[in-house]
Ligand binder design. Sequence first.
Ligand SMILES: Nc1ncnc2c1ncn2[C@@H]1O[C@H](COP(=O)(O)OP(=O)(O)O)[C@@H](O)[C@H]1O
Ligand SMILES: [Mg+2]
Length: 578
Amino acid sequence: MLKTLGAHIKEFKKDSILTPVFMILEVILETVIPMMMASIIDDGVEAGDMQHIYIMGALMVLTALLSLWAGVMGGKYGASASTGFARNLRKAMYDNIQTFSFSNIDKFSTSGLVTRLTTDVTNIQNAYQMILRMCMRAPATLICAMSMSFYVNAKIASVYLIAVVLLGIVLFIMIKITMKYFQQVFKKYDALNESVQENVSAIRVVKAYSREEFEKGKFLKANENIYNMFVKAERIIAFNSPVMQFTVYTCILAISWLGAKMIVSGTMKTGELTQLLTYCMNILMSLMMLSMIFVMITMSMASAERIAEVLNENADIVNPDKPVMQVKDGSIKFDKVDFSYHKNAETPVLKGIDISIKSGETIGIIGGTGSAKSSLVNLISRLYDVSAGSVSVGGIDVRNYDIEILRNEVSVVLQKNVLFSGTILDNLRWGDKNATDEECIRACKLACADEFIDKMPEGYNTYIEQGGSNVSGGQKQRLCIARALIKKPKILILDDSTSAVDTATDSKIRKAFAEEIPNTTKIIIAQRISSIQGCDRIIVMEDGAVDGFGTHDELMAGNEIYRDVYESQMSGSGDFDE
Ligand SMILES: Nc1ncnc2c1ncn2[C@@H]1O[C@H](COP(=O)(O)OP(=O)(O)O)[C@@H](O)[C@H]1O
Ligand SMILES: [Mg+2]
């Protein structure tokens, strides 16, 4: 996991190395300063040597400035390395998500991906900066101050060796407990994010069902949970400071007492005592830092794992080695196709599909919800790969095509379709970024979208809000059809794409298709028999299998399901599912 993340430090390796180098330099200089201080007291003040005080004082200022510079440089490189690392991580994750197939995406929730790209990366960024700056600094301070203390006076140094060990044990216990809480906090964060994401993006549904109070309660609970966990963790961390203070003052007392006795008996000088006291502070501070690093690392471990999951997810639909770059025609062949969404699913979603569709044919698909109509057509443009058998377009297995070329030739209007924020023209040009205004207008005419666009005050430059919230369901569907048409595909698939369009417009769209794009293979999934009655042939889906395939008249004569639906719909009652 750390290897996965570490690979993205890349151009910030230099900064990542320079940070601890400068930090160590700072530590060394900080260790020298108390020595100079001691010398000023012992060789200057005590001996009455002003000259020595001036020289040492000047040296001390210089060293302090140098140490300040090292600290600033360390901070600068640390900030640059950690923010750069975060940038690389975000980019790598985003790039990888773009390669995901539908089945890859199925594995992560949208809110999960958003949290991973934002909060988790920020956690890593903070932890990384902390690690770069403190990981070397704290142990270095500990070692330098400790060895200097032993060098100055071994007897007194052993006092804080004892303190260090005791404090170490206390900190270790505290960390163990807080880590447990922090790990739980992060699990709860997911629940909070999910609640926020789901509600904010579906706020209209929440309002329509007057579920505000319920949703508020749900959020409150998630929020409260995190609060409680944090309080528990922080309560323990709050102990940190008093325990530290207590240890520091005890040490100072012990050193002063021991030191005073030694000074009186002449075995130690006053300056040496001040030097030791400074080291004492340094050592205890570095212990404090170490404990903070541990907490920080634990807090970021969960984030690191979640980021690594996204980075390590391999796209399961990739381009073949020698991709076919041209789709000959719009013929489609399903050859003994089985398909399931999950590898170890017990019953496949599609079983034993064998269908041949000629180029230019218009095919209707009808079947109850959940009969796998969408699953069937999603295999054609390789949004999912078959589990067994093969799907061919233009006589070649779809897995042999360059994916982009295949998807340009097989244009799908997905059942769950979305528009993006931008003008109508911007949205249409998703289909083909070089489409001229005339081509866009023509596509809208075919999809019967021109009627309402012309009525809008800004026509084709009307701004569509995020998710297409300022157009009606039927208008959105017509824009999505137009967007798919702009690709000028060889195969056009409409997955229940006119469900929100009135019957008259629906039939106008079909008529336009038949007249204007006769050579395009058209696959129309619909709930209304009237939408597909005129198709060359119709597929009746039932429980993931083809129950009937033929013209309207053939099915009327030979397919029971089709006939029942036809009769119930003609008598004006109910839809397919009834
Ligand atoms: N992304 C998915 N992951 C897992 N199962 C799915 C997914 N999409 C659809 N299914 C399941 O596959 C079956 C067929 O769904 P679908 O093809 O959408 O039916 P239809 O379009 O005919 O309503 C359903 O039982 C549904 O629960
Ligand atoms: Mg469907």
